[in-house]
Design a protein around this ligand. Structure first.
Ligand code: AMP
Length: 213
């Protein structure tokens, strides 16, 4: 039995066609079912439905053999305990610095509000810039509007959320997409099954990319 950890929402929706290529279709819709363990059309594969930020933890501890997680989440997690064999190319977006349209980032120490503390600290450290990082769990866009911070670091897709709040993107920190992650022990113990799955997902992700171009 292989257990795959995945979060609801955009990652799940975009992962469905890739999983279907491997014959994996959940027998229930996680958006309507309250079940956290979903059987699939393959009796050797089940899905566990968890918060996106928890996927690396479940996989690292072997509670799931594999997982699908955004690079944004993986950058915040110490990924030494995981293999990351495949960029699935789904749920793409950008991790960016953004600030109010009418404001320039001042020289010197600035305050940055974000959920992505590690990525933010690493980015500004690479630039040799002193910042105070304020950890938030959501609604980052609000922080510079009410004087909590000078700017934010958040995921940007269409840019609509920034625009709606009078913010503009300033600098790209990282291009983000979802990755397949694998538990290290499972990679050894269930090598044949995992290897086969990785190859099918890799081929399907490539097909999707070719169709897009
Ligand atoms: P947008 O308004 O299209 O730029 O989307 C930005 C909002 O959606 C932000 O609040 C992000 O946190 C969220 N978002 C966009 N893309 C993703 C993604 N791939 N994974 C998770 N959250 C995302």
């Amino acid at each position: 039995m292989l257990t795959i950890a995945v979060s609801k929402g955009r990652i799940f929706e975009e992962a469905l066609p890739l999983l279907a290529a491997a014959g994996i279709r959940p027998v229930e819709n996680p958006n309507t079912s309250r079940k956290l363990i979903l059987a699939t059309t393959r009796d050797d594969i089940r899905l566990v439905i968890i918060r996106a930020a928890d996927v690396p933890t479940f996989v690292e501890y072997g509670a799931a053999d594999l997982g699908i997680a955004g690079k944004d989440v993986l950058l915040e997690h110490d990924s030494a305990g995981l293999y990351e064999p495949l960029d699935l190319g789904i749920a793409r977006c950008r991790l960016m610095i953004a600030a109010p349209i009418d404001r320039k980032l001042v020289e010197g120490r600035i305050r940055v509000a974000t959920k992505y503390v590690k990525s933010t600290q690493n980015y500004f450290a690479r630039k040799g810039r002193q910042v105070e990082v304020i950890k938030l769990y959501g609604s980052m866009e609000l922080a510079p509007l009410v004087g909590l911070s000078d700017c934010i670091v958040d995921l940007v897709d269409t840019g609509n959320t920034l625009r709606a709040n009078g913010l503009k993107p300033l600098e790209l920190i990282e291009n983000i997409s979802s990755r397949l992650v694998v538990n290290k022990a499972a990679m050894k113990m269930k090598h044949a099954a995992i290897d086969e799955l990785v190859r099918i997902l890799e081929q399907e992700a490539r097909n999707v990319r070719t169709q897009e171009n």
